[in-house]
Design a protein around this ligand. Structure first.
Ligand code: SF4
Ligand code: SF4
Length: 363
């Protein structure tokens, strides 16, 4: 059995209008209107980009998709959960302001931005999944209770999962704070003896969990929230965890949370991965103009969250001429863990047929 994945070539250089039009073209070609019913509360899952980040998927790129949902008479809302990190998306107030500053608002897109896990990330629903890692998972209340989802993921590398795309957008990006902690709890980070005492990890740690003495940096495990920012910013690769075992557990837990998000939404969800502005790390980084690791490719979309991610990874690897872990320099992390577990628990299939959709511009 295989799933259909629709693909359209696209690049940031297309400009906002054309990128928006191309996403609508994919939506129509894929027949996604069948996923949405009049009066559905429809979560338009986005990542508004951490304050300072400039490579996130911009609001005008999805304007056409929002208009499409409005034409189907659903009740769409832009949404993203509070981040685990202490940046400007950590609570609903800062998150709302950051979203508005990045153009995700009623004024710009015609639908409201709603933080689905409440003011501090604790508004949640426990969902039974009976998975290998979790019997139940914790999903943002506003997402658990809506009827349909249109998920917009920006494909990037990631320091704990190697690939950040649809499964991560669902599993981590739709979980409450408790759900996120459950997933990150798989990681116990330590600092090796070759630490250069440069202080970068100390500056970035959102939990004040790092101290530096005369010899090296140390992580206070009582305070550490396992966010892995220190791992990402250490240029000397001395931040360690149990590669292979712990990232496997995290990715499996993430897939099980994605299953919880989609429970009760069979045939009510569609997934987009934007393969443009592909950076080594995700949009949670506050770094402006992060360098891209491969040229822009396009947009892939499917009703199968596993197939759409597998297709995205394949397209990126083909374009780059190398495997994703080498491309984003997280060589020890295997992104297939999330794909294979997601397939095993019934989220979808890694077998897909790629259907290219051509866009003819009218003058
Ligand atoms: S960033 Fe790396 S080298 Fe620098 S202090 Fe932290 S662990 Fe040590
Ligand atoms: S993982 Fe690293 S950056 Fe994150 S809280 Fe723990 S010590 Fe701090």
């Amino acid at each position: 059995m295989s799933s259909k994945v629709y693909f359209i070539k696209a690049s940031v250089s297309d400009g906002e209008q054309l990128l928006s039009d191309k996403a609508v073209k994919l939506f129509n070609a894929a027949g996604f209107e069948n996923c949405f019913t009049e009066n559905d509360f429809t979560a338009v899952k986005v990542h508004v980009g951490e304050a300072g980040n400039t490579t996130y998927i911009k609001a005008p790129y999805i304007k056409g998709l929002v208009e499409k949902l409005l034409s189907l008479k659903t009740k769409p809302f832009l949404t993203d959960t509070n981040a685990l990190y202490s940046g400007l998306r950590h609570n609903a107030i800062d998150h709302h302001i950051t979203a508005a500053e990045h153009g995700f608002s009623l004024e710009t897109l015609g639908i409201p931005f709603i933080v689905p896990d409440g003011i501090n990330g604790t508004a949640e629903a426990a969902v039974q999944v009976n998975g290998q890692i979790n019997k139940e998972v914790f999903i943002a209340y506003g997402i658990a209770k809506c009827q349909s989802i249109l998920s917009i993921a920006h494909f990037t590398g990631h320091m704990a999962t190697c690939a950040a795309a649809t499964l991560k957008t669902l599993g981590m990006g739709c979980a409450s704070q408790k759900g996120k902690m459950l997933q990150h709890a798989a990681l116990t980070l330590t600092i090796g003896d070759n630490c250069k005492r440069c202080g970068e990890c100390f500056k970035h740690c959102p939990a004040d969990a790092i101290t530096i003495d005369d010899v090296k940096a140390h992580i206070n495990q009582e305070k550490c929230i396992s966010c892995a920012e220190c791992l990402a910013v250490c240029r000397f690769s001395v931040v360690q965890y149990n590669w292979g075992e712990e990232d496997e557990t995290l990715q499996k837990s993430m897939a099980e949370h994605a299953l919880g998000v989609l429970k009760g939404k069979t045939h009510k969800a569609s997934f987009f991965n934007y393969l443009i502005s592909i950076t080594k790390d995700c949009d949670c980084f506050d770094t402006p103009d992060m360098p891209t690791v491969v040229d822009d490719i396009g947009i892939v979309a499917s009703t199968d969250p596993v197939a759409v991610d597998k297709a995205a990874i394949d397209l990126v690897e083909e374009k780059a001429g190398k495997k994703l872990p080498q491309l984003v320099k997280y060589e020890k992390i295997k992104p297939q863990y999330q794909l294979e577990h997601a397939q095993r628990i019934g989220l979808g299939t890694i077998n897909y047929q790629l259907k290219e959709v051509k866009y003819k511009q009218t003058k």
